[in-house]
Design a protein around this ligand. Structure first.
Ligand SMILES: Nc1nc2c(ncn2[C@@H]2O[C@H](COP(=O)(O)OP(=O)(O)O)[C@@H](O)[C@H]2O)c(=O)[nH]1
Ligand SMILES: [Mg+2]
Length: 270
């Protein structure tokens, strides 16, 4: 399929066309990315998952561009926060890039912030809709759980389960996990929730190539039918214009003949 045709005929499906380009690259590693507001622990979570301090962590806004790290057959992608400055071209491109490139999306929300806010709920709705038509995996990861008490955490999780009803929710603490690893404390590692998250991601990674094949097929079918109807619309408009042109032409010819007849009449009179 020629992708330039899609951007010409279906500008509203440009993101699907960009994703198709990604899917066409058979050698591409499974891509895992983080989504969510900044300062919710996205970069810290990625560092904990790969076991190295690769991505910049800070209280200030750090990630402005896509930052990737390949490890054990997976590409880990750090992206700017949901509240990134979308006025700047870099941020916009990075956000779009992480959305298009990623096979597995970790929606990150800090337990310290309580329930989800409006912009997070909107992003979750987008993720759920996307998962419906692409089968791309999205997991909700609640970070920094050691910062709130057990009861508070239970309350927050109950509300978020209602807010993100169709998605899996995994509570974690990257800090507990690091402490547990450094001190060889198995209980702390267990309580960090990170092993459960790692297992869940590994299972999703194993599904990536099958999911991509499905997505390629489904997106292909969707775009083909949209292109066909856009083409039919154009063909219909062309036929209408051509009929109108023929009508005007006939009218014009009739009038011309009339004028010629009038002139001949006048000449004969003279
Ligand atoms: N207590 C605690 N702090 C964390 C945890 N994860 C991240 N942080 C802190 O939260 C702040 C923002 O983290 P960062 O990973 O840069 O967030 P990002 O902007 O979403 O990438 C930093 O000061 C981190 O040290 C955690 O699990 N527990
Ligand atoms: Mg970050």
């Amino acid at each position: 399929m020629d992708l330039t045709v899609i951007s010409e005929l279906l500008p509203e499906r440009a993101a699907d066309a960009a994703r198709l380009e990604q899917l066409a690259d058979a050698g591409k590693l499974p891509v895992v990315t983080v989504l969510g507001k900044f300062n919710h622990g996205k970069s810290t979570l990625l560092n904990a998952l790969i076991g190295q301090g690769v991505f910049a962590v800070s209280d200030a806004r750090q990630t402005t561009e896509l930052d990737a790290f390949d490890q054990a057959g997976v590409r880990w992608l750090d992206a700017p926060g949901l509240d990134a400055d979308v006025q700047t071209e870099d941020d916009r491109r990075a956000l779009r890039g992480s959305w298009e490139e990623a096979d597995i999306r970790l929606f990150v929300h800090s337990a310290r912030e309580g329930e989800l806010d409006g912009s997070e709920k909107a992003l979750l709705a987008e993720l759920a809709a996307d998962a419906g038509h692409t089968r791309r995996k999205a997991l909700v990861v609640i970070t920094q759980i050691e910062e709130v008490g057990e009861d508070t955490l239970a309350d927050i999780l109950r509300v978020i389960r209602e807010q993100a009803a169709s998605l899996e929710i995994l509570p974690v603490s990257a800090v507990r996990y690091r402490r547990g690893c450094e001190g060889g404390k198995q209980l702390l590692i267990e309580k960090s929730g990170m092993l459960a998250l790692k297992d869940r991601i590994a299972a999703a990674v194993r599904q990536v190539f099958a999911a991509r094949a499905d997505e390629l097929q489904m997106t292909g079918i969707l775009l083909r039918s949209r292109l066909a109807s856009a083409g039919a619309d154009r063909y219909g408009r062309l036929k209408m214009l051509s009929a109108e042109r023929n009508r005007l032409m006939a009218l014009f010819k009739g009038e011309l003949a009339q004028i010629q007849a009038d002139i001949h009449e006048k000449i004969r009179e003279v």
